[in-house]
Design a protein around this ligand. Structure first.
Ligand SMILES: *Cc1c(COP(=O)(O)O)cnc(C)c1O
Length: 380
């Protein structure tokens, strides 16, 4: 049996198991060590010190690398932000970084820090506006940073067009694939150079770890990212890596259920009398629908909702829910929601009354009843 030939739903279950020999455990162990027995001139690849490598990372890294169609295993990082910091290190001092205006707000904060400290020319773009992105790349750029769908606006980028334009301008392309997961979208297959994940979200899937990962299109780029991780020490703890692998086992099942729930809820909310607007690329009328249908094999489990009644109603909805959990973060088995502009740092182009909803795996009728009663409570 070759794992590469399996459907992803089977692959996530079968990947990264210890060898099938009599008496072997079916799960890999958690190896707790800071160092390895070693003498003489170190041979590359030989276990040496656990900041450089720890075999507990490997099953998850190999599985994610294969899912993302990367050149070699993915690399685990201590958080999604640590992986983003590594990816953005490809921009030299004084270089140019073109980034989605509605990228994850902390990724934007990191980009602005690069601008302030190293004179990086940071250009914010509406990532769904292809001509605007091409104009921002200009004659030469170093990195195009894409999220698609974006957090929290759910805009969809034309990935093949943007990747071609960025490469023509000499830029690498990094895609934050947290929202889509590799089951719904594989940017490296579309030509991107780097993919990052907040493993904290759907990959681990249970809101119990903070972890990140990065996958690269070439062995050289992977080696560069590995060197960055070793230099910066932004490594995963063995327990967290093991929990992420455990979460990955059920990824296909969770994604299937939460995506189906999201399609149904988006459809119903779109005609709810107390809802002004729904953003979800899975809705046929959504501005991002056609692109998403062309480059994704699912529409994700995030949606944006603007209730009637403005900020007050939006806040009231987040207080009135009983099954949905009012919390930041996303991609867990439990459904969560929040008004994004409650953060002072959120982009001012995000509507003040936008409620971002992350749909979990609960029964859809329970989720519907709860959000419906919350909308009514918010709007007596
Ligand atoms: C949460 C998130 C991140 C940051 O990941 P952490 O694991 O919290 O560091 C990056 N990108 C997106 C899209 C996210 O949702």
């Amino acid at each position: 049996m070759h794992a590469e030939n399996l459907d992803p739903a089977s692959f996530v279950v079968a990947a990264g198991r210890p060898e099938r020999t009599q008496g072997n455990p079916v799960n890999p162990p958690v190896v707790l060590t800071s160092t390895y027995v070693s003498t003489g001139v170190p041979v590359p690849g030989e276990p040496l010190y656990a900041r450089i490598d720890n075999e507990t990372w490997h099953p998850f890294e190999e599985a994610l690398g294969a899912l993302e169609k990367a050149d070699g295993p993915a690399l685990l990082f201590s958080s999604g932000m640590a992986a983003i910091a590594a990816a953005m290190s490809v921009v030299p001092a004084g270089g140019r970084l073109v980034i989605a205006r509605h990228a994850y707000q902390v990724a934007l904060g990191f980009a602005h820090d690069l601008g302030a400290r190293y004179g990086v020319d940071v250009r914010l773009v509406d990532i769904d506006d292809t001509p605007a992105v091409i104009a921002a790349l200009g004659e030469h750029a170093d990195l195009l940073w894409v999220e698609s769908p974006t957090n929290p606006m759910l805009e969809v980028a034309d990935l093949p067009a943007l990747i071609a334009a960025a490469h023509a301008a000499g830029a690498l392309v990094g895609v934050d694939n947290t929202f889509a997961t590799p089951l719904a979208q594989r940017p490296l297959e579309l030509g991107a150079d780097l993919v990052v994940h907040s493993v904290t979200k759907s990959l681990a899937g249970h809101s119990d770890v903070v972890l990140g990962a990065l996958a690269a299109s070439t062995a050289e780029l992977r080696a560069q990212m590995h060197a960055y991780r070793t230099l910066h020490g932004s490594i995963a703890g063995p327990f967290e890596a093991w929990l992420a692998l455990r979460g990955l086992r059920t990824l296909a099942l969770r994604v299937e259920r939460s995506q189906a729930n999201t399609v149904e809820l988006a459809r119903r909310l779109a005609t709810h009398p107390l809802v002004a607007e729904v953003r979800f690329p899975g809705l046929p009328g959504d501005p991002g629908h056609e692109r998403a249908a062309a480059q994704m094999s699912g529409f994700g489990s995030l949606l944006g909702m603007r209730p009637r009644g403005g900020v007050e109603a939006a806040d009231a909805v987040t207080r009135a829910v009983r099954l949905w959990t009012p919390a930041t973060s996303l991609g867990g088995v439990e459904s969560t929601l929040e008004r994004r502009r409650r953060f002072q740092t959120e982009s001012l182009t995000v509507p003040e009354d936008l409620v971002r909803m992350s749909v979990g795996i609960e029964a859809v009728e329970d989720l519907w009843e709860d959000i419906d009663q919350a909308l009514r409570t918010a709007h007596p």
